[in-house]
Design a protein around this ligand. Structure first.
Ligand code: COA
Length: 263
């Protein structure tokens, strides 16, 4: 089922999985404000859509996932406009995605630079095609990553490597990203979406409420205002009040596959 009301993105739902494709190939899928707003809407809808058990985000064409925030939109911004750009972007898209309770897989099909890598890093995990190139080149433009990149890159690959990548504005290829743990798998371009669907299908078999609790607990560990271990205890306890837990444990004891109600 395709949703037709967007200009810069494509949204397609099929068998429990919503695929969101950023679709500005002539601009290498650069994120302008309108695209960020459309992505916010699409992710929000997918999260509310009970049948969606996993979300895949990717870029259209064979060249780019997203080549960054749209430089033409902010080149003449003032200090306060710059600050607002980052805070609104983080709230609408990057933090929004990171804190979704529906799992988000980024399928990086080419350049993931600046805001593009930041979007991929906000997703819950990443896979890449073998032509992918990743980096945070903002200092080459006289600015720094503003959509969470200075925080999420060190969380994913370690402080020293993140410092180097950000300071040198270098790009790494898919194999280097794999070695650093920035992406979980590398495959050919043709196999990228099939692999994303295979992973989504595995996710779909499990309890969506338990997965939501796990995302919450994992995210809490990276939030300085929270104690991750305490958040895990609370989220763990909450699972005991769910129908999925009753079904999951009963199915195990009855030696059958669970049929999770998702509540
Ligand atoms: N913002 C706005 N437009 C962008 C863009 C971005 N981040 N990245 C690419 N584009 C546009 C180009 O301006 C060009 O548009 P045009 O055809 O109207 O001139 C089009 O996308 C194709 O890009 P082009 O640079 O011609 O492709 P390339 O293959 O020569 O180079 C890149 C590819 C990714 C190396 C290069 O586009 C690039 O360096 N982009 C910016 C990356 C960046 O700094 N991102 C961080 C932003 S904070």
């Amino acid at each position: 089922m395709k949703v037709k009301e967007y200009t810069h993105i494509l949204v397609d739902y099929n068998e429990g999985v919503t695929v969101i494709t950023i679709n500005r190939p002539s601009k290498l899928n650069a994120l302008n404000i309108e695209t960020i707003k459309e992505l916010h809407k699409a992710f929000k809808r997918a999260e509310k859509h009970k049948e969606t058990k996993a979300i895949i985000v990717t870029g259209s064409g064979d060249k780019a996932f997203v080549a960054g925030a749209d430089i033409s939109e902010f080149a003449d911004f003032s200090i306060s406009q710059g600050e607002r750009l980052a805070s609104e972007g983080q709230a609408l898209l990057f933090d929004f995605v990171a804190y979704l309770s529906t799992p988000v897989i980024a399928a990086i099909n080419g350049f993931a630079l600046g805001g593009g890598l930041e979007l991929a890093m906000a997703a819950h995990f990443r896979i890449a095609s073998d032509n992918a190139k990743m980096g945070l080149p903002e200092v080459s433009l006289g600015v720094i990553p503003g959509y969470g990149g200075t925080q999420r890159l060190p969380q994913l690959i370690g402080k020293g490597r993140a410092m180097e990548l950000i300071m040198t504005a270098s790009m790494i290829d898919a194999q280097q990203a794999l070695q650093m743990g920035l992406v979980n798998y590398v495959t050919t371009q043709e196999e990228l979406l099939p692999l994303a669907h295979k992973l989504a299908d595995k996710i779909k078999r499990n309890s969506s409420v338990a997965i939501a609790a796990a995302i919450e607990a994992i995210n809490a560990g990276f939030d300085v205002s929270e104690n991750g271990f305490d958040a895990e205890i609370t989220a763990f306890g909450k699972c005991f009040g769910t129908a999925d837990f009753v079904e999951g444990t009963q199915a195990f004891l009855e030696k059958r596959k669970p049929n999770f109600p998702g509540k």
